[in-house]
Design a binder for this molecule. Structure first.
Ligand code: WNU
Length: 152
């Protein structure tokens, strides 16, 4: 990300406020700020599509998104939750080395996401064991949720 130092500092302190990244060392966080992309989405726009390949991890900096997923016996994907500022998504495809497992749709105009690509995600997570363990467990829990949802 190329931006003014003021903006860099804003993103730095924002990222520090994201619970997942709370304990990351200073230089790691600064590195993430350096390689961030910012993406903007309008209301109704798909940020992630279930079944597609994905190589990015997202942190919501502004706005709101909803998570929907194909459910057995339903013609339309079902809404499973909404996420807001400071929440993140897209880790599952990166960690499970699988396609996207749900849709992520912006529910507001001018939703802003900080986007981390796979290489930087791996550097952020890979060298930090607690974070890796936490996310891995969370992703396994999501798989169990998916199964349960489709078990009727
Ligand atoms: C769910 N099932 C599935 C969410 C975000 C982060 C964490 C929950 Cl740590 P992806 C689609 C994304 C997926 C997840 C997100 O959707 N997601 C879920 C579920 O019940 N995915 N399969 N709930 S919100 C959420 C925990 O980030 O990653 O790359 O793309 O598969």
């Amino acid at each position: 990300m190329k931006s003014t130092q003021a903006t860099q500092e804003e993103y730095f302190s924002f990222l520090r406020s994201v619970s997942l990244l709370r304990d990351l060392p200073e230089e790691k966080l600064a590195k993430i700020v350096d390689c961030l992309e910012i993406d903007y989405f309008d209301k109704g726009e798909y940020i992630i599509r279930e079944g597609e390949e994905g190589n990015t991890f997202f942190i919501i900096a502004k706005g709101e998104v909803c998570v929907t997923q194909t459910t057995e016996g339903c013609t339309e994907p079902q809404e499973i939750k909404t996420l807001g500022v400071g929440d993140y998504f897209g880790e599952k495809a990166l960690i499970s080395e699988d396609v996207r497992s749900a849709n992520i749709i912006s529910t507001e105009n001018d939703t802003q996401c900080l986007v981390v690509d796979r290489d930087n995600f791996n550097q952020m997570v890979g060298t930090y064991e607690e974070l890796q363990a936490y996310l891995k467990e969370y992703v396994e829990e999501l798989s169990r949720c998916d199964e349960r949802r489709n078990l009727h």
